[in-house]
Design a protein around this ligand. Structure first.
Ligand code: PLP
Length: 422
């Protein structure tokens, strides 16, 4: 088993780096990846990422560049832009942001000034750092106002969003986050934004693939500006895009370049085009719905074992589990699960009484295991492994954890990942 595409030249030129890449491919193959923000890209996406397009500078946009020799780069970027518009039904697409965080910064630069108020979801409630959290530039340079979720339901409190919007009149309102297990009500956010004349930014980084595949309602037509990463459920290379209506297109483009960035990463742009080509296929619709079916099945199996799910379940790819009832913290549980062959991350839960570095919960997502071909029938077994590992972690039973890692390797040997095979 080796990395695919094979790396013979790298292995000869730099065995140290090649060895680490090979070991990482093996590690990815042998673990059940439940990190909600991760996936496995196709070999076609991997190949596009590793091309000579990385050699080219192309500041500007297709047809308006500052360097010569753009005959083919312009075509690559135009292809990515047109595919993005078509997959999401958007009027405009910018595929140049280096990643999700700079994409969000572009929205600030386009529509707000330092010191302006911005309304976003609080990080501990499920928001992202770039929605105005204090340690982020977005929280230092703007004046953040934060909404959360209702204690009883674990769902976004739209009454609170509206009250805060009316009280503070923010320039920007962010809808979306990193730990939201439920459908985001874009029309409701749009109504609030209209009422206070704010620009609504739908940050669909986590759910872009579900939206592309019709497994989550689209913000297009509700949010004039939509930011997303390309590497989470959308299953593309690490990168980002901003979709917008015609009215906001120019400001977005100017904010990305020359506002924030220099030359776009053309090898990434090519890989984004490939991923969007995959997302336009009927199989991707099946994939998106299968992700949700797996998450629902995993949630039910965990609930049956006494795990407490924030909001009681999921509508998307993501589960947030409060481990308080299992008498183990999120961090020791996540570390034990990693030793057992299940990768995920510890996470704060809403109203978490514990500290962010040692919170009460874990976050799970099913986009990667769905790519591997695992189905709802596998979820009771995964829940059983999680349950046994968490119990073993609480009692310090390392032998059980080692045994589970072997069982997991055995199952996964039949489900290879793209990027690693014979
Ligand atoms: C992942 C994520 C981002 C940031 O993406 P990076 O590529 O890690 O910078 C922004 N917003 C949300 C909601 C995310 O989940």
């Amino acid at each position: 088993m080796t990395h695919q595409p094979a790396l013979p030249t790298l292995a000869a030129a730099d065995p140290e780096v090649a060895g680490l890449v090979e070991d990482e491919a093996k590690r990815q193959h042998e673990k059940i990846r439940l990190i909600a923000s991760e996936n496995y890209v196709s070999q076609a996406v991997l190949e596009a990422t590793g091309t000579v397009l990385t050699n080219k500078y192309s500041e500007g946009y297709a047809g308006k560049r500052y360097y010569e020799g753009q005959q083919l780069i312009d075509q690559v970027e135009t292809l990515a832009v047109e595919r993005a518009k078509s997959v999401f039904g958007a009027a405009h697409a910018n595929v140049q942001p280096y990643s999700g965080s700079p994409a969000n910064l572009a929205a600030y630069l386009a529509f707000a000034k330092p010191g302006d108020k911005v309304l976003g979801m609080a990080l501990p409630a499920g928001g992202h750092l770039t929605h105005g959290w204090s340690v982020s530039a977005t929280g230092k340079w703007f004046e953040p106002v934060r909404y959360g979720v209702r204690k009883e339901t674990g769902r976004v409190d739209l009454d609170e969003v509206r009250e805060l919007a009316l009280q503070h009149r923010p320039k920007l309102i962010f809808a979306g986050g990193t730990a939201i297990p439920r459908t985001i009500d874009f029309p409701a956010f749009a109504e609030i934004a209209r009422e206070v004349d704010a620009v609504l930014v739908a940050d669909i980084a986590h759910i872009a693939g579900l939206i592309a595949g019709g497994a989550h309602p689209s913000p297009v037509g509700h949010a004039p500006v939509i930011t997303t990463t390309t590497h989470k459920t959308l299953r593309g290379p690490r990168g980002a895009m901003i979709l917008s209506d015609e009215e906001h297109a120019k400001a977005i483009d100017k904010a990305v370049f020359p506002g924030l960035q220099g030359g776009p990463h053309n090898h990434t742009t090519a890989a984004i085009a490939v991923a969007l080509g995959e997302a336009a296929k009927p199989e991707f619709r099946e994939y998106a719905h299968a992700i949700v079916a797996n998450a629902v099945a995993l949630g039910e199996a965990l609930s049956e074992r006494g795990f407490e799910l924030v909001s009681g379940g999921t509508d998307n790819h993501l589960l947030l589990v409060d481990l308080t009832s299992k008498q183990v913290g999120g961090k020791p549980a996540a570390q034990a699960l990693d030793r057992a062959g299940i990768e995920l991350n510890y996470n704060t839960v809403p109203f978490d009484p514990r500290k962010p570095f040692d919170p009460s919960g874990i976050r799970l997502g099913t986009s990667a295991i769905t790519t591997r071909g695992l189905t709802p029938e596998h979820q009771p077994q995964i829940a059983e492994w999680i349950d046994r590992t968490v119990t073993a972690a609480a009692t310090g039973d390392e032998a059980t954890i080692t045994g589970i890692a072997a069982e997991i390797r055995e199952l996964l040997s039949a489900y290879p990942i793209p990027g690693y095979s014979a």
